[in-house]
Design a protein around this ligand. Structure first.
Ligand SMILES: NC(=O)c1ccc[n+]([C@@H]2O[C@H](COP(=O)([O-])OP(=O)(O)OC[C@H]3O[C@@H](n4cnc5c(N)ncnc54)[C@H](O)[C@@H]3O)[C@@H](O)[C@H]2O)c1
Ligand SMILES: O[C@H]1[C@H](O)[C@@H](O)[C@H](O)[C@@H](O)[C@H]1O
Length: 334
């Protein structure tokens, strides 16, 4: 069976997903697209031989669409995820599920009322080979208990529409989810350190910043967020355990030695750095949909990450340590 996918918001991320679905991923085809930018929807639809819908409601309700992918921007996700749940269709929603926990809670409630897990959140780092190897080693217990994790998330630059809170709920959310998964526990508090700001980008951003999180068992995670670092898409992670440390290695495939020296390349963006993770993530989702199963991060993961980000955003405006507020995990997501 070919899963017929409706794509909402085929911008940068959406078109990258379309390209991999149509080139290297098996079992799926994007047959419908919609976008608030109708010109873009028509252009993408024409290029891939899909139907352009005037709005997301028409796409989600179409009998030609088996499953929905949402790649619009964060604040627009909730309404379309709820519509997909109401239509009983599996939905892959790019991160963040929603920019606030309150909105994610509404999604969880609707999904539970429907009685079936339909929502997968696009937290692709869980599918990255190097993070998976790091998790396998930590889970083996060989290094003892994990005590601290040092992360860095650097982007060359961000667009004009990137708002101050996105440093937490759009960027740091990757580490929030990956660390919940890596450590297998929830965060209980957040704090933000605000170093000297870069002069090379927008005044309204606190850039860089360091988000400091603590888990239930006391593991301390620090996450440097520097979204205008100029030089590349640089993702770092080092876990410090009782008997050793494990870090992500440099991700480049080749090294060059010549008259100018010894060097390797630095990834430019998420597609470059996490290409393999995206392919595995979307392939597993399409395969699961065709079997009538759920895979990947759940609405609970989207909600839990949003709760931590809400605390992080509050810590960015009010100084000090902010408690993470979270409901108990419903049995539906156990
Ligand atoms: N996993 C990752 O590493 C990763 C990387 C980039 C983006 N993302 C996520 O993907 C999503 C899209 O990001 P992007 O970089 O592709 O942005 P983008 O601006 O390139 O594309 C967004 C598209 O959505 C459309 N859109 C906006 N509101 C809409 C609405 N209400 N209904 C339909 N279409 C709408 C826009 O017109 C645009 O075509 C965001 O949620 C972002 O956080 C994830
Ligand atoms: O939406 C993007 C995307 O999630 C990238 O992976 C991240 O590095 C950026 O900071 C964020 O703005």
């Amino acid at each position: 069976m070919t899963v017929r996918i409706g794509m909402i918001g085929p911008g940068g991320m959406g078109q990258a997903h379309i390209d991999r679905i149509h080139s290297v991923i098996a079992g799926g085809r994007v047959v419908a697209v919609s976008d608030v930018d109708e010109v873009r929807a028509k252009e993408v639809a024409g290029r891939i031989g899909a139907t352009a819908h005037p709005d997301s409601a028409s796409l989600i309700g179409s009998d030609d669409v088996d499953a929905v992918m949402i790649c619009s921007y964060g604040p627009a996700h909730e309404v379309d995820v709820l519509a997909a749940i109401a239509a009983g269709k599996p939905v892959f929603c790019e991160k963040p599920l929603t920019p606030t926990a309150e909105a994610a809670l509404r999604i969880m409630e609707a999904e539970q009322a429907g009685g079936r897990r339909l929502v997968t959140v696009g937290f692709m780092r869980r599918f990255d080979r190097s993070y998976r190897q790091m998790k396998a080693l930590l889970d083996s217990g060989e290094l003892g208990e994990t005590l601290m994790v040092h992360c860095a998330h650097r982007n060359p630059t961000v667009p004009d529409h990137y708002t101050w809170d996105m440093a937490i709920n759009d960027t740091a959310i990757h580490e929030v989810d990956t660390m919940r998964w890596l450590l297998g526990e929830e965060f209980v508090s957040a704090r933000v350190d605000k170093p000297k700001k870069t002069s090379l980008r927008f005044e309204h951003l606190q850039d860089p910043l360091v988000l400091i999180l603590e888990t239930e068992s006391g593991v301390r995670v620090d996450d440097e967020i520097f979204v205008n670092c100029q030089f590349g898409y640089d993702i770092r992670c080092e876990a410090v355990a009782e008997k050793g440390t494990v870090s992500l290695a440099d991700q480049n495939a080749i090294e060059v030695r010549d008259g100018s020296g010894h060097r390797n390349s630095i990834a430019r963006d998420h597609n470059d750095r996490f290409w393999g993770a995206f392919v595995t993530e979307v392939q597993e989702w399409i395969s699961a949909v065709s079997r009538g199963e759920h895979t990947g991060s759940t609405s609970w993961d989207g909600y839990a990450a949003a709760c931590v980000c809400d605390a992080g955003v509050k810590a960015l405006t009010d100084d000090g340590v902010v408690k993470v507020e979270m409901i108990a995990k419903p049995a539906f997501y156990a």
